[in-house]
Design a protein around this ligand. Sequence first.
Ligand code: SF4
Ligand code: SF4
Length: 185
Amino acid sequence: MADKKQGVVGAFLDGAAGLAGSYAATMTHLFRKPVTEQYPEYKRPLPARTRGRIVLTRSPDGKERCVACYLCSGACPVNCISMQSEVGPDGRRQAAWFRINFARCIYCGLCEEACPTLALQLTPEFAFCKDDIADFVYEKEQLLVEHGGKHPDYDFYAHAGVAAGGPKGSHIGEDDPVDVKSILP
Ligand code: SF4
Ligand code: SF4
């Protein structure tokens, strides 16, 4: 009988202790500063390397950087990039059309890693909702921006584009050719 009484008292004390702990936790939070962020009025600063909407950037001379090499579409794990290459009036290779389906994109950034001309870049923009899923298919005209993005001074063609036709050693940052006979033992 005594054991039964002790069991009931113990259970009551356990319950009371649990209840007191819960009330104590509530009271400590009651006087804390609220942490609710009123989006979209307040937009939390995002990390610099946040991966969001993709853009196609331009060289400092305003020309399109993309040379339609297909490397980005080859690297894309969900096959959401497609394009058709052509040669422009100035002899530069470019994309006749370029298409990204953002409804399939997983914003992994592999296409940006693969791009040799730094044309394709992911931006921190993430809020571009649509009512119609077909509107997530962006064409080249929607992807092209008027600046160089993260690399404003980089000019792919000055290094490896049309200038590649000149003699060896005449390109930016290229050393003069080595006379191999001069280094023979
Ligand atoms: S971010 Fe990833 S999924 Fe999206 S287009 Fe680039 S490679 Fe494809
Ligand atoms: S990898 Fe870059 S240059 Fe090549 S097709 Fe894609 S965006 Fe254009």
